[in-house]
Structures are given as structure tokens and as C-alpha cells.
Design a protein. Sequence first.
Length: 340
Amino acid sequence: MTTAAPSAPPAAPGSVEATAARLAALLTGSATAMSDAGGRGDLEFEPVIGLRRLGRGEPPVETWAVDGGQITVADARCLVVTAIRAARVRFRDGECSLEEEGDVRVHVLGPGEHDAARASLGLAGVLASDCAVDANLVRDRWEWEAVERSIEDAVPGALVLVDGDLQPDWRIPSSFLSRLLDRAAERGVVLAAVTKHSSLARGGAPLLGQLELEAATLYGTRATWWASIGTVRRDVGPAGSGIQVVAARLDPDAPFAFRIDLPGDADAEAVLSSLVAVSDDAAFPGYPYPLAVADRLAACPGWVRSEVRMQLDDLLDRAGVPPEVRDRAFADRHALMERS
């Protein structure tokens, strides 16, 4: 008589074993419920996501790209000094014809600073009077200001690329985006947003990773493809057409596909085909290289923090704020304790 082997005891909650078991169930499960873990619930998913081949089209007559960077200059917990900049680049005829790092803008943020911070953003009449301001909103504000300038500077037929999704911070009313999309349409410019790391999920697991595996099985490992994911039903864009959300792999050597947001009335396949033509850089295959350049320009390395902090300290000296007062406010106590 064979005795069944005793089953392993259940893993303790919070253990590595329990976490691994849950991840295995999510990543290999068969659940099909769609969601956006980013917290926005206004995306209506397609009932069936169908993969389609994607060809290479002609590059846009001009490509603009906008990205932002930020760094904490000083942190007193109740008060934070943050530095933001938004960079723009322009590519024409395969060459970068403009690199604009963007001005470094410095803001004081904190629970008691919302009124002053709202005023510093120049969005009077746009933000709600009780709207809280944090670094995400500040960065979004100046990135979209750079997008707005790019739409005005672009030639008809141009493509303006944004890092992230095609929705400003939730605190900025949808009328702002609607006006921006209407203006882009008036000028014959297409606005598109590319998300590096999407929060879209199916069955709790990353959706784009699943689509990448399905496309490799269907078309082979070097295929370029796209798929319609859903629509954001907001009264934005020409005739309130909303925003269409797609996934696309833009180069045969691309390690990843990306989420791409487009105006609801755009010809998705045509726009994506032209995007393929500016996504074949050897260093970043499958990611639009104008955005890669903008990302590099917008980054705020340590020297930016040091420079802003020195300027800030000099101005505080002139204002009569003693160094010991500043040190008590902004000293990194964790670093001091770890060093001792």
C-alpha cells in the first residue's frame, strides 16, 4: 500500500515563499479581467484585444519630443524644495535640429504652501482654489507648457511626442487637454504619448508582457505589431473624440512594446507606422529616439541639485537666515546616523 506524501505546510503570510506563490499564480494564470493599476478608471477596454502587423512608414516631416525631470534640493519633511525642468528636442530630416534643456524652476512645496505654489504655477482660474500641489503636479505643469509651445512651433504634419500618457495630472481640468488637442488639430499636428512602463494589466499581470508573448507566437520574434487596447471616453479632442490607447512594438530588435496614447480621431496605424521610422536607434531599439534625447536633456543630475542649493544658500545668507537654522531644517538625519 502506497502512502501519499504529506503536503507541504502553507507558506506563512508575508514570507518570500507566499509572495513567490502569489506571483506565480498571477504571471501564469488564465484570468482575463482588464484593469489599469495606475488608478485611472476612465479607460474603456476593448472586449477582445486583436494583434495586427505594423509596417514602417515615412518619418514625420518633423518630430518634437518633450520630457521632464525633477530633483529634491532640500527636504524638511514639512517643507520640500524641488527643482523641475522640461526639455524639448526637434528632429527634422533625420537630424536633431534643436536641443532645449529648459529652465530650472524651483518651488517650495508643503501643506502650508499650496496657495503660494498654485500662484507660482501660473494656473489661476484653472486649478481648484483648494487644490493641493505636489511635485507631480509641478512637473506636469511645466511639461505640458513645453508641449503647448511645441505645438505652436511645429510645422503642419509634425508629430509631437510626450513622455507618459496623454492625460495631464488629474487636478488639471480636462478642458486644458481639450484645448490643446483642438489647437494641434487646427495646426495639422499630431500629439502622441509613449509610456515607458505601463500599469495596464490583464488578470492582475502586466498586459504588455502577455501581448509580447502572444505576438511572438503569432508572428515570430522579430515582428512589429500593434493592438487597440481601449478608449478614454472624455470630452476632449476634436468633437469630443476622447483618447485612444494602443500597444505597439516599433522595431524588430525592440525588447519591449509600449503603451501609446493618441487623439481619438487619429489614424492609429498611420501614426504608428510613422513612429516606427523614428524608433530604430541602435541604442534604444523600439523607443522613439527623439524622446530618448529629451529624457537625457531633462535629467537633473547631482550637479543641478548642488548648483541650485548653493544659489539658495547664498540668497538665504543675504536674507539673514543663519546656517544653523538651515541645517536644522534640512539636515538628512538618516545619513548622519548611518555615518556615525
